[in-house]
Design a protein around this ligand. Sequence first.
Ligand SMILES: CC(C)(COP(=O)(O)OP(=O)(O)OC[C@H]1O[C@@H](n2cnc3c(N)ncnc32)[C@H](O)[C@@H]1OP(=O)(O)O)[C@@H](O)C(=O)NCCC(=O)NCCS
Length: 219
Amino acid sequence: MSFYVRRMYKEDVDQVTEIDREAFPTQWPPPNYQNELRNQSAHFTVVCDEEKPVEQLVANTTPEKRATGLLARIKRLFSRNNPSDNSMPPSPGHYIVGFVGSWIMSDEVHITSIAVRETYRRQGIGEKLLISAVEKAMELKANILTLEVRVSNTGAQSLYSKYGFTQVGLRRAYYTDNREDALLMSTDKINSASFQSRFRQLKEAYSRRITTKDKATQE
Ligand SMILES: CC(C)(COP(=O)(O)OP(=O)(O)OC[C@H]1O[C@@H](n2cnc3c(N)ncnc32)[C@H](O)[C@@H]1OP(=O)(O)O)[C@@H](O)C(=O)NCCC(=O)NCCS
C-alpha cells in the first residue's frame, strides 16, 4: 500500500466523519468537523491511500468551485496559496484511511481524536498520524502534548507509550456512554534533548519500515 499525509480540507469532512463513526460509534453526538476546521486552534491531518481515488469528491464540490469564470479561477489561485484556506484539496480526492485532530491551548497541544479505518489498522498509519501531531506541536513551539484515552483501550495506550506519553491523571467516568474512566496522558517537554532524541530514533525506525509521503500542502 502506498499512502501519504496531508492536512484536512472541508471536502474531507464526510470521510473523516465516517471514520469517526466507525471508531467511536457510542460517542454521541459526533464532532462537527466542519466547525473544527474553522477553529483557528484546531489542526487536522489525514492519511490517504494513494492507490484508491475517490471519484465522488469531484461530484460533491460546490457550484462555486466548479465555476470556470475568471473570478473563480483567480479565487482558486489565491486559495491554493493561502495555507489557512480549507476550501481546496491539493489533488483529486483519495480514500482517507485515518485522521488525527489536535487543539493548541496555551503551550499545550491536546490530541482530541485519532482513528484509522478498521481494515487499515496495524499497518503503521496510527503511528504516522501521531508523528504528524508531534511534529505539528513542535512547529507550534508547544511545550507538551496531552490526550485522554479509555482505560480499556490498551492498543492506543501502547501507541502513546511508545512515543513517550505517560499517565499523569485519571478522569473518573469521563466517557458518557458507559461512564468509563479516562487516563490523562502527557509527554515530557517536547523540546527537551531526551524527548527530541527518542522521537528522532522512532521516526528513523519508522521510515526504515514504512515509506510515506508528506504532501507539501500539509500544515
Ligand atoms: C489506536 C489506533 C489509532 C492505532 O492505529 P493503527 O494504525 O492500528 O496503529 P499502528 O499500526 O500505527 O501501530 C503503532 C503502534 O501502536 C500500538 N498498537 C496499535 N494497535 C495496537 C493493538 N491493537 N494492540 C497493541 N498495540 C497496538 C503498537 O505499539 C504499535 O507499534 P508496533 O507496530 O511497533 O507494535 C487504531 O487502533 C484505532 O483507530 N482505534 C480506534 C480509535 C481509537 O481507539 N483511537 C484512540 C482514541 S484515544
